[in-house]
Design a protein around this ligand. Structure first.
Ligand SMILES: NC(=O)c1ccc[n+]([C@@H]2O[C@H](COP(=O)([O-])OP(=O)(O)OC[C@H]3O[C@@H](n4cnc5c(N)ncnc54)[C@H](OP(=O)(O)O)[C@@H]3O)[C@@H](O)[C@H]2O)c1
Length: 289
């Protein structure tokens, strides 16, 4: 039996991954989400032997401890695979981001995710499974900075820096670390995005933010890309002897990766500036940014 822990399973990628993992009778899945007991979720009524739903807000120490206690008591202190999926979006001008917003955002997407790895690593080390893995959901912005999403990019860059180092550190212990970098997919991500809340007193970011919001609403209504693209990649990685360190999912993520890899850095930045100018700044003079 492969013992797997997934975070953030109330919706989106996490829910889809958990459902697909349950299709395989060889998997035992600890499905975690915030306030699991009190909310309506896809796993509530499932009478599945290979599933345990636990409440886990990854930023709460007591809840992380409870999940660890479950692994210790019920799974003989062994975990084979940790899938760090829980995360949030944060957009808006950096100048309008309060210190608390900056800290809160990095708390979820970086610190709590990093602590999850630290907390469950001893259980993964103890596992006798053929494949021991830590799989993290980052983003196509995990290696690329974008305007009005600098805080989100920073949180995912921090995560990617951490896990790149861990990749080497854990390889001698037989533990693979993989980062999944999805492009845009239709989940609750867009509707759950928080925006920088400070007042734009000089009105310098208003047009940029409005145009970005318009663009994002078009994304929400646009073509639906199956979430299963991410889940299937994860399942393939779980079964493979050697995992890749980073995987891009979606044509936008792959295009960004290729542009960043193939173009000289200044040319890459020039391309992004031009795109930003055409798409977001169209009602503003370029000198204003
Ligand atoms: N959708 C995309 O286009 C996209 C692209 C690139 C990367 N990603 C990444 O994919 C991951 C999953 O997002 P998604 O697209 O599936 O969006 P989603 O549908 O909003 O799912 C996010 C999940 O994370 C959970 N979560 C948020 N804060 C949490 C916390 N403190 N503790 C535990 N769980 C928490 C949410 O729980 P609640 O229901 O309780 O809020 C929800 O279950 C994120 O890391 C995101 O950055 C998404």
């Amino acid at each position: 039996m492969i013992k797997i822990l997934v975070t953030g399973c109330s919706s989106g990628f996490g829910e889809d991954i958990a459902k697909r993992l349950l299709e395989d009778k060889n998997n035992f899945v600890i499905i975690t989400m915030r306030n699991a007991e009190s909310r309506d979720h896809a796993f509530k009524a499932l009478n599945h032997d290979n599933l345990k739903v636990l409440s886990l807000d990854i930023t709460k120490k007591q809840e992380r401890d409870n999940v660890a206690q479950y692994v210790r008591d019920e799974l003989n202190g062994e975990l084979d695979i940790l899938i760090n999926n829980a995360g949030l979006g944060f957009y808006g001008a950096f100048e309008l981001t309060s210190e608390q917003e900056l800290r809160d955002h990095l708390e979820v997407n970086f610190f709590a995710t990093a602590i999850m790895i630290q907390k469950f690593l001893p259980f993964i080390r103890k596992s006798s499974a053929k494949h021991k893995k830590i799989i993290n959901i980052s983003s196509m912005l995990g290696q690329v900075g974008m305007p009005l999403s600098a805080t989100y990019s920073a949180s995912k860059h921090a995560l990617e820096g951490l896990v790149e180092g861990l990749h080497y550190e854990l390889a001698p212990l037989g533990i693979d670390v993989t980062t999944i970098c999805p492009g845009r997919h239709r989940t609750n991500f867009m509707s759950n995005i928080s925006w920088a809340s400070l007042e734009d007193k000089d009105n310098v970011y208003k047009v940029q933010e409005e145009n970005l919001k318009n663009l994002m609403s078009k994304f929400t209504n646009g073509k639906e890309i199956p979430l299963s693209n991410v889940s299937k990649k994860i399942i393939t990685i779980m079964k493979s002897k050697k995992s890749p360190s980073r995987v891009y999912v979606g044509s936008d993520a792959i295009s960004f990766y290729l542009l960043r890899k193939l173009l000289p850095f200044n040319l890459f930045m020039g391309t992004i500036k031009n795109l930003y100018k055409r798409i977001i700044l169209k009602r503003m003079s370029y000198e204003n940014i």
